[in-house]
Design a protein around this ligand. Sequence first.
Ligand code: SAH
Ligand code: SF4
Ligand code: F3S
Length: 441
Amino acid sequence: MNTTPNTASPARVYLETYGCQMNVADSELVGGILRGAGYVHTDSPAEADVILVNTCAIREHAEDRVLRRLSELAHFKRARPATRIGLLGCMAQHNRASLLGRAPWLDLVAGPDSYRRLPELLDHARFDAAVDVRLDRGETYAGLNSDHAAGIRAYVTAMRGCDRFCTFCVVPYVRGRERSVPPASILAEVRELAARGVKEIVLLGQTVNAYREGEVEFGGLLRMVAAIEGIERIRFTSPHPCNMTDPVIDAMVSEPKVQPYLHLPLQSGSNSMLAAMQRGYTVEQYLALVDRVRASIPKLALSTDIIVGFYGETEADFEATLSLMRTVRYDSAFSFKYSVREHTRAHPLGDSVSEDEKARRLAAVIELQQAIALERNRESLGHEVAVLIEGPARRGGGMMAGKTPQFKTAIVPARPGVEPGDTVVARVEAVTAQSLICARV
Ligand code: SAH
Ligand code: SF4
Ligand code: F3S
């Protein structure tokens, strides 16, 4: 009889993730694919046979961080030369030409559409560097099982890629063309998550509300997910202002599970900047949309993304952004200094705003937003909120933390019998710009 030698224990994979929620979801997918191929997960890079870093290319700063981290991780390979180190995700796609030169100890470079082939690529990487950065306009990873993190909220990819080509943005180049995951695959994943006790689903895509697969558009998808028993709350990110169609707004209005929170990326409050960015809307159209969603969806919370210092941004353009923030009064905002990205349409223009001036503008945006967020939160003082409990509060002290329907962090006193996944009603007693501190009612 033939005896196969017992080749020790299964290979251990350590996986680190940078970037947006789509990357977090992709890492869960990679975890599932590798588990299916016999790998096991480890939290310790020192013990790993395979070290993977899933990367982001959105700003230069994000890339620099990853390159520094990769050279740290390379130490583990020096200690255990058989360890294979791989770079996944958006940077793999963005820097495919230069990566192996800059980080010669990399064994594997795989772009966002190559994860299905990871087990073969890793086998190949035992002998020679494996590079696969083909973009595949048909790849949706439908039907593959992700290794979702434990918790009451789960992220589910509904759409991949982006076709909008905003002039500052690298996403269409690193993630390829828009494609929607078939509804059957999304619904099967959500059903499985519901069976595991997940209460909240966040549907993901770079322009998630542009979702369309056959007859099903995004409003229809929201309704289908809402019909799944056990799921209590549904959110989505990022919707694009140009795709906030009536069916999407109608689903938000009529489906109580779809939460009253909308991330509506603005980028700039100046029409000339919006045109230069090719965002596809004017300030007037954006404000009309804000009015429409606020009129339709009671107690809607709004958040946004803002870029300061885009090529050509004058002081007057920047003031227009601050002024629009005062008009809309966002509940929260993510703001960024413009970072010139290779391959994008704005790349040849370079920078026109100095780093110091970008920093000054960014600080002004952050300060204004903090003040507005605090004011907004103060408006909820004394109100009752439904808090979906996620776990113990970071500050401890017998408190638990969760989110309100508006996606605000709420801190509530723990009580025996209250567990993560329960929804409790609490009264807002004190606020900061970031959170609501509540008493139980
Ligand atoms: N699809 C989303 C945005 C995804 S990227 C949308 O269209 O709104 C997340 C945010 O990063 C963007 O909204 C933008 O504010 C910021 N961003 C993208 N490219 C950038 C760049 N080159 N420099 C600075 N910020 C950028
Ligand atoms: Fe980038 Fe624009 Fe696509 Fe958003 S919509 S991912 S900003 S190109
Ligand atoms: Fe970054 Fe890629 Fe997301 S570039 S923001 S990780 S889609």
